[in-house]
Design a protein around this ligand. Structure first.
Ligand code: S3P
Length: 439
């Protein structure tokens, strides 16, 4: 599907972003491992979390969709030993989180399973999750000398492990913590990261009664004597989806948008810190805590942005927001340097290469670094024919660019937003439902 986007005279209104994708995956997986039944409200509506549900169902977990407004599921936990051998190949679709977290779960089961994904996921690095899980006792094999999916997993008795991750990664950390739940009395699991990645797994396990402690980027899990307790979860809005409206509001000359009920976990709010630093007129209001996760409303108004340096420990706190932050940097006065972000090359696409290619088509002055991008901002963006390359976050970032550019932008393969934000294009239309420029 192609999408045409052009600038409108104003951006106004309220938005409720879809439920957080990372928290939704965890609410489904961890409640499946728990004892008891749990309701998860505002479950993320995109295809990625649907992949997690279909894999869990194939492993014998009963999950019912009990309402659509907001999307709500009921998960009947089977306990750590209650999963059953799947008679199909598990399909994680486009979702790295599904594949990596479930590999941690499958490593500790008393059966055999195969998990695969789409063409993009089958090129993404899996050696990084296979390696520590093997050290915990798992038997996991994959293509390309055990580095790529499909993965074949023969579950085993696992033991705890003290392991230093080569890169900050919530997916690997979470896979290890889930595997650590199966290590029974065989030692604690310690995960050391170079910088703290999102900590939703730790928070949810704590709320389920599991002994998990964190000291900066070092997380320790004691193997529980009993399975985690099922907990109802109300999933906050996804800050990674709110990010598109934050940037559009900041860089459009006549904008005011209120984004309601957004998760503001400090391991995810790098985008807020950077935008404030760039001079955005952004307010965080009505802060509260729901299910051990901080939530707030965000209000953004047209702003005069200046460039920023985005690097180091900030990177894991905004890794998924780099595509749209690059668009903000195009509009900002001065030169923005994004570095220490080589991980972007192994996301749904090589986001460094494709951001440079697509933003260049729109007239931006961008330069590729091995681990980032240099953006000379302040010039105009021009409408152009662009492609998402099948990457949901690229499609939405280009949508925001198109909504401030001169002329029309055509985005190829724009339907891919359904991975994390079905309804994104309709929301963009609703917020910009004003007279077209000059009209
Ligand atoms: C996620 C972690 C991040 C992020 C991804 C979702 C998660 O990846 O990019 O979209 O839910 O754990 P890392 O494993 O690189 O942290």
């Amino acid at each position: 599907m192609e999408r045409r986007v052009k600038r409108h005279s104003a951006v106004r209104g309220e938005v409720t972003p879809p439920g957080d994708k990372s928290i939704s995956h965890r609410a489904a997986i961890l409640n499946s491992l728990a004892n008891g039944t749990a309701k998860v409200t505002n479950f993320a509506p995109g295809a990625d979390c649907a992949s997690t549900l279909s894999c869990l169902r194939a492993l014998g977990v009963k999950i019912d969709a009990v309402s659509t407004q907001p999307p709500t599921i009921e998960v009947q936990g089977v306990g750590v030993r209650g999963f059953t051998e799947p008679d199909v190949i598990l399909d994680a679709g486009n979702s790295g989180t599904t594949m990596r977290l479930l590999t941690g779960l499958l490593a500790g089961q008393a059966f055999f399973a195969v998990i695969t994904g789409d063409a993009s996921l089958c090129t993404r690095p899996m050696g990084r999750v296979i390696h520590p899980l093997r050290l915990m006792g798992g038997r996991i094999y994959g293509r390309n000398r055990d580095t790529l999916a499909p993965l074949a997993i023969k579950g085993q008795e696992l033991r705890g492990l003290d392991y230093t991750l080569p890169v900050a990664s919530a997916q690997i950390k979470s896979a290890m913590l889930i595997a650590g739940l199966f290590s029974q009395q065989k030692g604690r699991t310690v995960v050391r990261e170079p910088a703290l990645s999102r900590d939703h797994t730790e928070r949810m396990l704590q709320a389920m009664g599991v002994k998990v402690t964190a000291e900066g980027p070092v997380v320790t899990l004691m193997p529980p004597a009993a399975p985690p307790k099922a907990i109802d979860v109300h999933v906050p809005g996804d800050i990674s989806s709110a990010a598109y409206w934050l940037v559009l509001g900041a860089i459009h000359p006549d904008a005011r948008v209120r984004i309601k009920g957004t998760g503001v976990n400090p391991t995810r709010t790098g985008i807020i810190d950077v935008l404030l630093n760039m001079g955005a007129r952004l307010k965080v209001e009505n802060e509260r805590v729901i299910n051990n996760e901080p939530v707030a409303d965000l209000v953004i108004e047209s702003s005069e942005l200046t460039a920023a340096n985005i690097e180091g420990e900030l990177i894991p706190r905004l890794i998924d927001e780099v595509p749209v932050l690059a668009v903000a940097a195009c509009a900002a006065r001065g030169t923005t340097v994004i570095k220490d972000a080589a991980e972007l090359r192994v996301k749904e696409t090589d986001r460094i290469a494709f951001l440079v290619a697509e933003l260049s088509k729109m007239g931006a002055s961008v330069e590729e670094l091995p681990d980032g991008i240099i953006i000379r901002g302040g010039g105009k963006l021009n409408g152009a024919r662009c492609s998402s390359h099948g990457d949901h976050r690229m499609a939405m970032a280009l949508g925001v660019a198109g909504a401030v550019a001169d002329g029309e932008t055509l985005i190829e393969d724009a339907g891919v937003v359904d991975i994390s934000y079905p309804g994104f294009w309709q929301e963009l239309e609703r917020l910009t439902a004003h007279l077209a420029e000059g009209g």
